[in-house]
Design a protein around this ligand. Structure first.
Ligand SMILES: NC(=O)c1ccc[n+]([C@@H]2O[C@H](COP(=O)([O-])OP(=O)(O)OC[C@H]3O[C@@H](n4cnc5c(N)ncnc54)[C@H](OP(=O)(O)O)[C@@H]3O)[C@@H](O)[C@H]2O)c1
Length: 416
């Protein structure tokens, strides 16, 4: 195995031809240029499509015409090994990851190559932990799933809030609640396919259903239990934000990643730390109505997606692979996430701390392309001093990634 320092490329973008892959390629070109500080390449399974993506990048940086193109296929392990062994870091936008991502992660682990992706598929992450965490520690490969809108705002938001609490009060907060606030964005074909594939795989396999139902499914030791129960599924009221709330789809992955971070970091937030996620809809009758209709829609979506025939109907109404929100919609997009933390102060008095995370750009695409690109740059360029294994954004990159994201416009604001 060649050492990471001797690899030809700092970053290889695997899946550059997909909807999100193209956005990540554009972001890397804008952020780092081509042939300058970053040695990077585009990879995928179609030479023609890769050349078209590269051509599009020349409007951002004329040097892009020199960008190397590497060919492989998820079903051909030798082609993956050839790509992976030439990179310090591989960033993958090829999904559904449960269908197309397993061999790539295995190859990264065996080649000691760092890796990050955009999966939100809890059972896939669990499978990668079981198959590769121990081996990754041996080879030094740092495998970091969920480096997009799922689960960076959650994972780094909790890190920032808990770090602040520990600095101010000498101890962590007992509980943090995440509220998905105002947002505007769309959906791409790969995201729709990935979400529906989770329902399809769960409907055939009781072991997957057990993983999805377990709030601690991604903890290193699955037999260990903390105080958290199932994700909230009904309409609720939060007095701190004075807002009605409803279920948040991505809680199913985000909360598990946050709990895994706590465990991998050695429980700095305590073994009794409580964490949950909901969507918030504002006060009054209008807020209640929005929360109630969203909750009903959520239940309807889950029911439709769980059954084969209705899932097929749903798939027809959602974007196809390669499709996604228009440039105008992505640029108009934004998100606001709020976290409320509760604990006790230095004299035992109750305290409440607030964090607000904001970014411009469609959460799943514009903002996600920035989050994933910065995660890849952080893995490749920053001196992280973290051992290998299947890690999380907070446990692997932590404050370094927060600092990077602030530089590209994401805000993490705190108040007591
Ligand atoms: N967490 C988040 O916030 C977030 C946000 C956005 C997306 N995502 C996830 O990112 C993934 C991609 O979504 P997307 O909408 O960008 O998907 P997409 O447009 O359908 O792109 C999929 C990519 O995978 C490639 N691919 C498919 N099968 C392959 C194979 N056998 N070998 C090599 N490459 C293969 C495709 O190549 P071709 O072009 O040659 O077909 C394409 O580059 C999904 O899993 C989605 O859930 C997550």
């Amino acid at each position: 195995m060649t050492s990471k320092a001797e690899r030809t490329y700092d970053i290889i973008l695997w899946g550059a031809t997909g909807f999100t892959g193209r956005l990540v390629a554009e972001q890397l070109a804008r952020r780092c240029g081509v042939g300058k500080d970053l040695r990077w390449a585009l990879a995928g399974r179609s030479a023609e499509k890769l050349a078209a993506v590269r051509n599009g990048l020349t409007s951002i940086d004329s040097g892009a015409r020199e960008l190397p193109l590497l060919l492989g296929d998820s079903t051909d392990r030798a082609s993956l090994d050839a790509i992976v062994s030439s990179a310090r870091t591989v960033v993958s936008t090829v999904g559904p990851y449960a269908l197309h991502g397993r061999s790539l992660v295995a190859s990264c682990v065996e080649n000691g190559t760092d890796y990050c992706d955009l999966t939100g598929e809890t059972h896939f992450v669990r499978a990668m932990i079981d198959a590769h965490h121990v081996r990754g520690r041996e080879t030094g490969a740092r495998i970091v799933h969920c480096c997009g809108f799922d689960s960076i705002p959650s994972d780094l938001g909790v890190l920032v809030l808990q770090t602040f609490a520990r600095e101010q009060y000498g101890k962590p907060l007992d509980e943090v609640k995440f509220f998905m606030g105002e947002a505007s964005g769309g959906l791409s074909g790969g995201t729709a396919a990935s979400a529906l594939n989770v329902f399809a795989e769960a409907s055939h396999d009781p072991a997957i259903r057990r993983i999805l139902a377990n709030p601690y499914a991604l903890d290193p030791d699955r037999s260990e239990r903390g105080p958290d129960g199932p994700d909230p599924m009904g309409v609720g009221w939060n007095e701190d934000l004075r807002a009605w709330t409803g279920p948040f789809l991505m809680a199913a992955i985000n909360t598990r990643i946050v709990r895994r971070s706590n465990a991998l970091l050695g429980y700095p937030w305590g073994k009794d730390f409580r964490y949950s996620e909901v969507a918030s809809f504002g006060p009054g009758a209008k807020g209640w109505l929005r929360a109630a209709s969203f909750t009903a829609g959520f239940a309807g979506f889950a029911a439709f997606a769980s059954l084969g025939p209705t899932r097929a109907l749903l798939a027809k109404s959602l974007p196809a692979p390669g499709e996604g929100p228009s440039q105008e919609r992505r640029e108009r997009g934004f998100f606001v996430v709020r976290l409320v933390g509760k604990g006790t102060g230095t004299k035992g008095e109750p305290i409440t701390l607030f964090a607000e995370i904001r970014a411009q750009g469609d959460p799943g695409y514009g903002a996600t392309a920035k989050m994933l690109s910065e995660a890849a740059l952080c893995l490749s360029k920053d001196d992280l001093q973290v051992a290998g294994g299947v890690l999380t954004p907070a446990s692997c990159m932590g404050q370094r990634l927060v600092d990077r994201l602030r530089k590209v416009g994401m805000t993490f604001d705190l108040r007591g």
